[in-house]
Design a protein around this ligand. Structure first.
Ligand SMILES: Nc1ncnc2c1ncn2[C@@H]1O[C@H](COP(=O)(O)OP(=O)(O)OP(=O)(O)O)[C@@H](O)[C@H]1O
Ligand SMILES: [Mg+2]
Length: 327
C-alpha cells in the first residue's frame, strides 16, 4: 500500500502495513565499462519499494530506467551504493545466493519477453520452478494454472513463435508470477502491445497489486504512468526530484503534468474471453504475499531465465539477452 505521493523519493520510507520494504536502494550508481569507455547509467539513485507498492518509472530513452530495474530485480549489482532486496544487502551475497533471492522475491518481465522460442508456453512458465525443487508434474500443473490466470488457458502447448506479441507478453508475466513473487518488475510491459491488449495486461498487473504484490513498471505512456500510485521520473541517471504540489491558480509546466487517468476500459475482452480468474482468487496456492518461508522451498539456482549482466547471476540462466537490449 503506497504511502507516498506521486514521484516522491521515498528512500526513508521503512515499511508498509507493518511489512518491511521490498527493495531499498540507497545512492546506487551503475557505471558500464565498454571498450575503455565509461557510461554512468545511474549516478546516485535512492528509492524504496514498499510492500504492495505500485510505482511507474518514466523518463527519456537512455535515462537509466532499465538499468535501475535490473538492479532492483537483482539481475545486476550497483557499482556503488547500497541495495537491499527482501531486506538483504546484495553486496554480501554470492551469485548463487543472489539467484536464490531473486527466485524467492522477484518476478521480472522483460520488454522483449525473453521466452525460449521452441519451448511450449507451459514449459517456459514452469522453468523458474525447476530451481524450487518441485517435481515435473507439480511444475506443469502450476504453470498451467498461471497461464489460465493470464487468459492463456487455450495456448498452453503453443510455442512463443506461434503466438502474438500480447500472448507472449502474458506468457512472460505468467513466468514472472509462477514463483509467487512479492515484487513484480515489468520493463515496458505494454510497450509492444495494442491498446486493448495493453489494457488487459495493466488490469492484470493491477489485480495482482490489489492482492499485495508490489508492482514497478517502466512506461513511456503517460496514461499508464498516471494509473500507478506514484511516479518516478528518471533523467540522466538520476531521479528527478518531485515537484512540490502547485496551487491551483498557478500554471504547471506542460512537461511536468500528468494527464488524469482516462476512463478504464470495461472488463478486458482479452482476459474475460478466456479463463482469467477474478483477482481475489487467482494467484496459485498461496495468494498472500509470498513472504512465508514455508513457501520458499530451497532453491538451487536462479528463478529468472534471464541474466542481463555477466557475473551478476547464478547458474542455470539460459535465455539471456544483454542489459539494455530492450530499448
Ligand atoms: N550493457 C551496457 N553497456 C554499456 N552501456 C549501457 C549498457 N546498458 C545500458 N547502457 C547505457 O546506459 C544508459 C542507460 O541505459 P538504459 O537501458 O538503462 O536506459 P533506458 O532508460 O532503459 O532507455 P530506453 O527507454 O531506451 O529503454 C544508456 O546511455 C545506455 O546506452
Ligand atoms: Mg529500457
Amino acid at each position: 500500500m503506497p504511502r507516498t505521493s506521486a514521484g516522491r523519493d521515498v528512500s526513508e520510507v521503512g515499511e508498509s502495513g507493518g511489512l518491511p520494504p521490498a527493495i531499498v536502494a540507497r545512492d546506487v550508481t551503475r557505471t558500464y565499462e565498454l571498450d575503455g569507455v565509461s557510461v554512468s547509467a545511474l549516478r546516485g539513485v535512492s528509492l524504496t519499494v514498499a510492500a504492495g507498492d505500485y510505482v511507474a518509472v518514466v523518463g527519456t530513452s537512455g535515462s537509466g530506467k532499465s538499468t535501475l530495474m535490473h538492479l532492483l530485480g537483482g539481475l545486476d549489482r550497483p557499482t556503488s551504493g547500497t541495495l537491499l532486496i527482501g531486506g538483504r544487502d546484495v553486496s554480501t551475497l554470492s551469485p548463487p545466493e543472489m539467484a536464490r533471492l531473486r527466485n524467492e522475491v522477484i518476478g521480472f518481465v522483460f520488454q522483449s519477453f525473453h521466452l525460449l522460442p521452441r519451448t511450449t508456453a507451459r514449459d517456459n512458465v514452469a522453468l523458474p520452478l525447476v530451481y524450487r525443487g518441485l517435481g515435473r508434474r507439480e511444475r506443469r500443473a502450476r504453470a498451467a494454472e498461471l497461464l489460465h490466470r493470464v487468459g492463456l488457458g487455450h495456448r498452453i502447448d503453443h510455442r512463443p513463435n506461434q503466438m502474438s506479441g500480447g500472448e507472449q507478453q502474458r506468457v512472460a508475466i505468467a513466468r514472472a508470477l509462477v514463483t509467487n513473487p512479492s515484487v513484480l518488475l515489468a520493463d515496458e510491459p505494454t510497450g509492444n502491445l495494442d491498446t486493448t491488449t495493453g489494457e488487459a495486461i495493466l488490469t492484470l498487473l493491477e489485480s495482482l497489486n490489489t492482492e499485495g504484490v508490489a508492482v514497478v513498471l517502466v512506461t513511456h505512456d503517460r496514461e499508464v504512468a498516471a494509473r500507478a500510485h506514484r511516479r518516478i521520473e528518471m533523467r540522466d541517471g538520476l531521479i528527478v526530484p518531485p515537484t512540490e504540489p502547485v496551487p491551483p491558480t498557478e500554471s504547471v509546466p506542460p512537461t511536468e503534468s500528468v494527464p488524469p487517468t482516462e476512463s478504464i476500459l470495461p472488463a478486458s475482452p482479452v482476459l474475460s474471453a478466456s479463463s482469467a480468474v477474478p483477482a481475489s482468487s487467482a494467484v496459485p496456492a498461496s495468494s498472500t504475499p509470498p513472504a512465508s518461508p514455508a513457501d520458499a522451498a530451497p532453491v538451487a539456482g536462479a528463478a529468472l531465465p534471464a541474466a542481463p549482466s555477466a557475473g551478476a547471476v547464478g547458474p542455470g540462466n539460459d535465455a539471456t539477452p544483454g542489459v539494455g537490449g530492450d530499448g
